[in-house]
Design a protein around this ligand. Structure first.
Ligand code: NAD
Length: 499
């Protein structure tokens, strides 16, 4: 049995808590490794090392820090296939999708190479007689991140690349479901020249998360995962005086207007609904065709496309569209929710129940499902299913479709498919969702913009990556300086404008 480790102070370190979790191969249902679950003493050890290493890293000029990231990008490209394979083996997604996971993280690393520019402060010359005023952005110190299973390369990089570019030390607590790629990333960063202790990986579950939340030295926490845990981490972290940003679950609606190109919309829905087995926070899980005629045309286009989807293991060749879901529990939960949809009266147009793959009978494969005639009261509409299940809710007008998306508790992403610029513009302007696609089903912003939802999809005020990340991982300090005289005239007792 392969026993995974933590990565502390530049070395693989065995777990000492005595607790482990099984790391499964979701395609076969076999245990392929065990991952140690850290206790608070192990977390504290990593924090002390980070605290000792961080000041020298902060004092390293930003250009030199950026050079480490440049080299890291080269190493990511060198090892892309190896990383993708390790990722697919533990997550289950296809190899091209796994490479995309690494690539979308790599792009944020590339953005962070701009740290010398991004960290420049502001300066006002002669803010008063002999007075200059300037602000600088300084690192926070020891920072931490807690990441989900569904993007085990991308999301850790979204956090640690800006954190370390800004001069912080970072402790990553990855998902216990697929911890190998995060460990590989830490090794690569050290090969790229990152000093020991600046990026450490401490594996674990709630116990390790709580050790982060209550550790007095840790200054900030980034979290991505489900909404109940996001709420817990945000509330607890803030109560401990930390800077916290938490990104939660989603139920992304795609509105299909009567004038949309129906082939384009159907292709987009199939990719966005079933890609990665629906285990993406930006997956489209609700289709909202406007008008019954649009709905009928859409369903007619969707059904053959969905029935053609090839579900299989990542080793199954290039024509596999999506792989298994991550755990047996996730599969059981999806099946339970599908049953509620049937029981509550939605029409199951494509029935993926009972899907089995020869040779992989113990894998966590779920066939594609398509519901029509769902209503907002149903569990399949209200709940994030996080599986290959697309739910159609018919709206009778654009306003009804808009209201549906606006009334949902989640607000991560959404899309509208239309040929009418006026509808698209109105939608983008009025919708209360963070990321909007116009004829683009998965509108994940690129590295130099920022990523974040609204409503219950986010807790905190700054987004991930882009300029917001450089704000999140730094504190502003503003200096007012007066040279060379003035003080000898005696103290100032009144708060007054600088004239
Ligand atoms: P999860 O909430 O189960 O786990 C996320 C992290 O929290 C993991 O590291 C896990 O170890 C830890 N954790 C789990 N239970 C905990 C507890 N009780 N106390 C403290 N920590 C705990 O999420 P997941 O299943 O790994 O990921 C899927 C979820 O993440 C979905 O809801 C998806 O929408 C969301 N997600 C959101 C975004 C976004 O940017 N908004 C991106 C990716 C995934």
């Amino acid at each position: 049995m392969n026993e995974l480790t933590h990565y502390i102070n530049g070395a693989h370190v065995k777990g000492t808590s005595g607790r482990f979790a099984d790391v499964m191969n979701p395609a076969t249902g076999e245990v392929q490794a065990k991952v140690p679950l850290a206790d608070s003493a192990e977390m504290d050890h990593a924090v002390q090392i980070a605290a000792a290493a961080q000041p020298a890293w902060a004092a390293t000029n930003p250009q030199r820090r950026a050079r480490v990231l440049m080299k890291f990008v080269d190493l990511l490209n060198r090892d892309m296939d190896k990383l993708a394979e390790a990722l697919s083996r533990e997550h289950g997604k296809t190899l091209p999708d796994a490479a995309g996971d690494v690539q979308r993280g790599l792009e944020v690393v590339e953005y962070c190479i701009g740290a010398p520019q991004l960290l420049k402060g502001e300066f006002t010359d002669a803010a008063g007689p002999g007075i200059d005023m300037y602000s600088m952005r300084q690192p926070l110190g020891v920072t931490a991140g807690i990441t989900p299973f569904n993007f085990p390369a991308m999301i850790p990089m979204w956090m640690f690349a800006p954190a370390i570019a800004c001069g912080n030390a970072f402790i990553l607590k990855p998902s216990e479901r697929d911890p190998s790629v995060p460990l590989m990333l830490a090794e690569l960063l050290e090969e790229a020249g990152l000093p020991k202790g600046i990026l450490q990986v401490v594996n674990g579950d709630k116990e390790a998360v709580d050790a982060i939340l209550y550790h007095p030295v840790i200054q900030s926490i980034g979290f991505v995962g489900s909404t109940p845990i996001a709420e817990y981490i945000y509330g607890t972290g803030c109560s401990q005086g930390k800077r916290v940003q938490c990104f939660g679950g989603a139920k992304n609606h795609m509105i299909i207007m009567p004038d949309a190109d129906m082939d384009q919309a159907a292709d987009a829905l199939v990719g966005a609904g079933y890609g990665a087995a629906g285990e993406r926070c930006m997956a489209i899980s609700v289709a909202v065709p406007v008008g019954d005629e649009t709905a009928d045309r859409l369903i007619e286009k969707l059904v053959p496309r969905i029935e053609k989807l090839k579900v299989g293991p990542y080793t199954g060749g290039n024509d596999v569209d999506y792989g298994p879901v991550v755990t047996a529990a996730a599969k059981a939960n999806i099946e339970r929710l599908v049953q509620t949809g049937i029981d509550q009266g939605a029409k199951l147009v494509v029935d993926g129940r009972g899907f089995s793959l020869q040779g992989y009978e113990n894998g966590y494969f779920v066939g594609p499902h398509l519901f029509d005639h769902a209503t907002p009261e149903m569990d399949i509409y209200k709940t994030e299913i996080f599986g290959p299940v697309l739910t159609t809710v018919r709206a009778q007008s654009y306003e009804e479709a808009l209201k549906l998306a606006m009334d949902h508790e989640y607000g991560n992403g959404t899309a509208i498919f239309t040929r009418d610029g006026d509808s698209a513009r109105d939608f983008a302007s009025r919708i209360n969702v963070g990321m909007i696609g116009i004829n683009v089903p998965i509108p994940v912003p690129l590295a130099y913009h920022t990523f974040g939802g609204w409503k219950k999809s986010v807790f905190g005020d700054l987004n991930q990556h882009g300029p917001d990340a450089f704000k999140f991982y730094t504190r502003t300090k503003t200096v007012t300086s007066r040279w060379p005289s003035g003080l000898k005239d005696g103290g100032e007792f009144h708060f007054k404008p600088m004239d």
